[in-house]
Ligand binder design. Structure first.
Ligand code: G6P
Length: 605
């Protein structure tokens, strides 16, 4: 989704803007642009397609000299991905230029008003109204004009605005869209994401909804929505620049798959104090909780589906999983006896934010499990546990998913202990398994050198089925999603026991079926389903423990996973499926880190 950056300092702004935009490429975009202010004039350059095209067009930024500027990557919502629709957008007199991340919901009525006053529109975007409003309200002070403009806007926005008459100045404002200020020496920055800042500074200010800031090379002043200057804390960004680069891997996705043992360790280790789990400084109040609702989108939702089994088993509280996009409009039956757990890597997914707000408005207590520090979901929830996975750049999540699961396992054990619903022996056994998860993940990565070869065998498939039962089924959901999002092969996940009720009609000679058989309690049953699909010609790739000799004799091909306690197994079982999707996509020459039509952070509905 859209990304924004801005710079004011003593160096030329354009190269820093281009570098920042490159760091935001992973969010998904289809056009890009920058604007630079020099000697009372603002120059704008835009392209459709990749940042590389913008670099070429501007000769690496050299064609736009000037020390103050703003930049944008656009993921089309209002209007096609064309150059006129790309940001930055200028006012009719060219004095004001704006970049915007979010959606202005009342732009149609504002556009009518501005058209009636004689303003011309060059694009189909919602954003352009902002440039014209700022021009309309400008009386010699950009900050005041932006404040008056923001008061007219409904929706979500992070805006960066420059004015030809105010050298060295950038005004930003935030409402329900991420916006972070980077504090430098003699230069200051803003961006929608810390990954665009870490090359320049580790000192950041996180703006809250309704806050404005004025950036000049010498300082940053922050104001509340009434215009009063306020003090803001400077936070330290702990993510380093290497973490946001490929480090020798062909793709971010592969790097992030390989990082999982370390990421999971980082999520667990600081929270284990001897045999006790201490969830940061947070004491999650579970008194009177009778039901738990897990809500999220995409892979985060599937992490919830997998963790449901552990939470129910250890806490003896019913858990339902709800897609955030459904929950928000479902008139949910919940109240003070409900704990809602919202999972989100980015912490900015629009549907997840809306679902969380809906649940809170009904009295539910809210726990967020989020990767990005200071994100919207982290702020709205009553309690937040960070996954500490570090920056995740590939659009298809991997370490984001496994660390979400890990934190959910920690929560399940913590809550079971607190509620006294887990006995000491089970607690100790599960805690020891949890501690060994990083090692088991490493084994899962190491024990499958055959996956690239299997990818060569299966990559031409038109469709694939992923089947399993219980926790294996939950992993099948995520395995199928990984396959379809990066390889573009139709992949469907099915509860193995449901095959007979329709899907088995689709089996034919050579139809690939990925069968997950890692949960011993139910493996025999899944094996019967393997027999059934094989009888109809399916080619079965089984995911199982190496010791399971029966499966070895049934399946056409095997992927191995180490033995893990079934309640915690999903976090390990997913690893070979991530690798399979990766190598299949590689065989098919797909754009693995930036799959078509997808965005990393879905900040619009
Ligand atoms: C997008 C991403 C997925 C992610 C989902 C939810 O669809 O491509 O990888 O699972 O959003 O994102 P979140 O940031 O809320 O976890």
């Amino acid at each position: 989704m859209c990304g924004i950056v801005g710079y004011t300092g003593t160096q030329n702004a354009a190269p820093a803007l281009l570098e920042g935009l490159k760091k935001l490429e992973y969010r998904g975009y289809d056009s890009a642009g920058i604007a630079v202010l020099e000697n009372g004039r603002i120059s704008v350059s835009k392209v459709t397609g990749r940042i590389a095209g913008l670099e070429e067009k501007t000769e690496g930024g050299a064609l736009l000299p000037g020390t103050t500027g703003i930049g944008h990557t656009r993921w089309a919502t209002h209007g096609a991905p064309t150059e006129p629709n790309a940001h930055p957008h200028a006012s009719n007199d060219g004095r004001f230029v704006v970049v915007h991340n979010g959606i202005i919901e009342n732009y149609m009525e504002l556009k009518q008003e501005l058209l009636a006053k004689g303003y011309r529109f060059e694009s189909e975007t919602d954003t352009e109204v902002v440039a014209h409003l700022v021009e309309m309200y400008y009386r010699g002070d950009l900050k005041s004009a932006v404040m008056r403009t923001a008061a007219r806007l409904r929706g979500s926005y992070a805006l960066g605005i420059i004015c030809a008459e105010e050298p060295d100045t950038v005004i930003v404002v935030r409402e329900a869209s991420p916006l972070i200020l980077g504090v430098g020496i003699g230069e200051n920055f803003f961006a929608s994401d810390v990954t665009a800042l870490v090359a320049y500074t580790r000192n950041a200010i996180y703006l809250e909804d309704g806050e404005f800031a004025k950036l000049t090379p010498d300082g940053i002043s922050v104001f509340d929505c009434t215009g009063h200057e306020i003090e803001k804390k400077i936070s330290r960004i702990t993510w380093d620049i290497q973490a946001a680069e490929k480090g020798g891997y062909d793709h971010f996705m592969l790097k992030e798959i390989m990082e999982q043992p370390r990421a999971v360790k980082a999520a667990i280790a600081p929270r284990l104090h001897g045999s006790e789990i201490v969830l940061d400084d947070t004491d999650i109040d579970l008194t009177g909780i009778r039901k738990i609702v897990i809500t999220a989108c995409g892979s985060a939702y599937y992490a919830g589906c997998a963790a449901k089994y552990a939470i129910e088993a250890l806490c003896r509280i019913p858990v339902t999983t709800e897609l955030a996009s459904e929950l928000r409009y479902s008139d949910p039956l919940m109240g003070e006896d409900t704990l809602v757990i919202v999972l989100s890597q980015s912490g900015e997914t629009a549907d997840s934010i809306a679902a969380l707000r809906e649940c809170k408005s009904r009295g539910a207590r809210a726990l967020a499990i989020v990767n990005v520090v200071g994100s919207t979901i982290a702020k709205i929830a009553d309690w937040c546990l960070y996954t500490w996975a570090g920056p995740e750049i590939a659009v298809a999540t991997t370490k984001g998913y496994t660390t979400q699961l890990t934190v959910l396992y920690l929560f399940a054990l913590y809550a079971g202990r607190k509620l006294k619903t887990v006995d000491d022996a089970s607690y100790r056994k599960l805690l020891s398994c949890l501690k060994s998860l990083p090692k088991l993940l490493q084994q899962a990565l190491d024990m499958n050198p055959e996956i690239p070869r299997l990818a060569k065998k299966y990559h031409r498939a038109d469709s694939m089925f992923f089947i399993g039962r219980n926790t294996d089924y939950a992993v099948a959901l995520e395995g199928a999603l990984k396959m379809k999002e990066i390889s573009y092969i139709h992949a469907e996940s099915y509860a193995a026991g449901e095959l007979k009720h329709g899907t088995i009609a689709l089996m034919h000679d050579g139809q690939p079926v990925i069968a997950l058989c890692c949960n011993d309690a139910i493996t025999e049953k899944t094996m019967s389903n393997i027999v059934e699909v094989k009888a109809r010609g399916a080619e079965v790739l089984a995911v199982a423990h190496r010791e399971n000799s029966k499966i070895l004799s049934l399946a056409d091909d095997m992927i191995f996973v180490p033995r893990v306690h079934p309640l915690l197994s999903a976090a390990v079982e997913i690893v070979p499926l991530q690798l399979l999707a990766y190598y299949v996509a590689k065989e098919n020459n797909c754009d693995i880190d930036k799959p078509k039509n997808l965005a990393k952070s879905v900040t619009v509905e």
